[in-house]
Design a protein around this ligand. Structure first.
Ligand code: FAD
Length: 331
């Protein structure tokens, strides 16, 4: 049976993401593995059909709302595939793109995963990981986001203030290109020479080109990442599925912080809040995140006391330090 099905009424919910931009589509495919992705991509390439990749459809920018053609929904590629430990003792988790952030967190917190299909090396690394506390820091607020979607839009979130955006925590990718060929990219291994690049594909071929003449601003990098001599894995992270479909990822884990504490402080005006931010940014250890809620935002939370109303939740990841004395000094 073909992996590609005609689009039907029963898939109406796939026509939009959290942006609520409603699109349209003629086909849909739910691959379960990399070969399925390649078949769907080739179907589109041969017929000139546009393709929209979908993870969990939690994106707020409409990137997963289809504009005609085929919806490539990756939510059924939701297995954690294995684990590895390198010579420096760091752990790396390998996952399919449809694995949610919530599932990754749960596996690391409970130190439990379905290891039935894993290699002996993976099981051994997983057993070793259990001796410590490890975490995957990217947190774009919405835990149902898929890891493929997070990599594709280089998701950030409050904690990226300390730990960096998703890009920094992706060590390797397997990517299906627009003609169905597959490339594996590992951080530090495949680099552009100036603005010229070559990506080697697993069939022994290569794709060469020249990067455009702009550099991505390094402060808030969203969208295409372009820098001379760049690591080519970064071309795909942030490209929103336009350059290839992420079929597999290797995530770099970090030792979990030993303690977390949170602080909620109220300020008389915006200037005082900004002075606080400037001061706290110089403090060591650095805060993990700082979130700002103005009076209107707090009023929204207060108004929604109806139990059937949508819940406005906020998370205070706080500061990894004992900050009582420091706060008294700043305030
Ligand atoms: C309440 C809420 C709060 C949020 N807060 C933040 C925040 O603070 N910071 C932040 O950065 N984001 C935030 N987001 C957005 C969040 O980053 C995205 O929701 C998430 O990262 C996207 O993951 P997804 O699986 O839902 O991807 P989707 O929405 O399904 O897709 C996102 C993009 O990635 C592409 N894509 C998806 N999977 C693949 C794949 N395997 N290969 C290639 N392309 C793919 C899609 O085509 C689309 O362009 C928030 C979302 C919500 C709902």
């Amino acid at each position: 049976m073909s992996i590609v099905q005609p689009f039907s009424e029963s898939y109406q919910n796939l026509l939009y993401d959290e942006s609520r931009m409603v699109g349209h589509a003629e086909y849909v495919a739910f691959p379960r593995d990399e070969a399925g992705i390649a078949r769907a991509v080739r179907f589109c390439a041969e017929r000139g059909v546009p393709l929209t990749a979908q993870g969990s459809r939690t994106g707020l920018a409409g990137g997963a709302s289809p504009d005609g053609g085929l919806i490539l929904n990756l939510s059924r590629m939701d297995s954690i595939l294995g684990m590895r430990q390198d010579a420096q003792g760091r752990f790396f988790l390998r996952a399919q793109p449809g694995v949610t952030l919530a599932a990754i967190r749960k596996a690391l917190l409970l130190k439990a995963a379905d290891v039935s299909g894993w290699s002996a090396e993976s099981r051994e690394a997983f057993a070793g990981m259990k001796a410590g506390e490890w975490f995957f820091s990217p947190d774009p607020t919405e835990p149902t986001a898929s890891i493929g979607g997070m990599a594709s839009c280089n998701a950030r979130g409050a904690r990226s203030f300390l730990y960096g955006a998703t890009r920094k925590h992706i060590h390797a990718l397997r990517v299906t290109l627009a003609d169905g060929r597959v490339a594996e990219l590992t951080r530090g291994c495949e680099k552009a020479r100036g603005r010229d690049f070559t990506i080697h594909t697993e069939d022994g071929g290569a794709l060469s080109g020249r990067l455009p003449d702009f550099d991505t601003p390094l402060i808030k990098d969203a969208g295409y990442y372009i820098q001379p001599d760049m690591d080519l894995i970064d071309l795909f992270i942030g490209s929103q599925g336009a350059l290839g479909i992420i079929a597999e990822l290797e995530l770099a884990l970090m030792p979990a912080p030993k303690s977390l504490s949170g602080v909620t402080a109220f300020f008389p005006d915006d200037d005082a809040a900004l002075r606080y931010v400037s001061a706290v940014k110089r403090f060591r250890p650095q805060p993990a995140s700082i979130e700002f809620f103005n009076g209107d935002a707090l009023a929204l939370v207060e108004v929604n006391t109806d139990p059937d109303a949508p819940i406005f939740a906020y998370t205070d990841y706080g500061l990894a330090m004992d900050c009582g004395a420091f706060l008294r000094e700043v305030l």
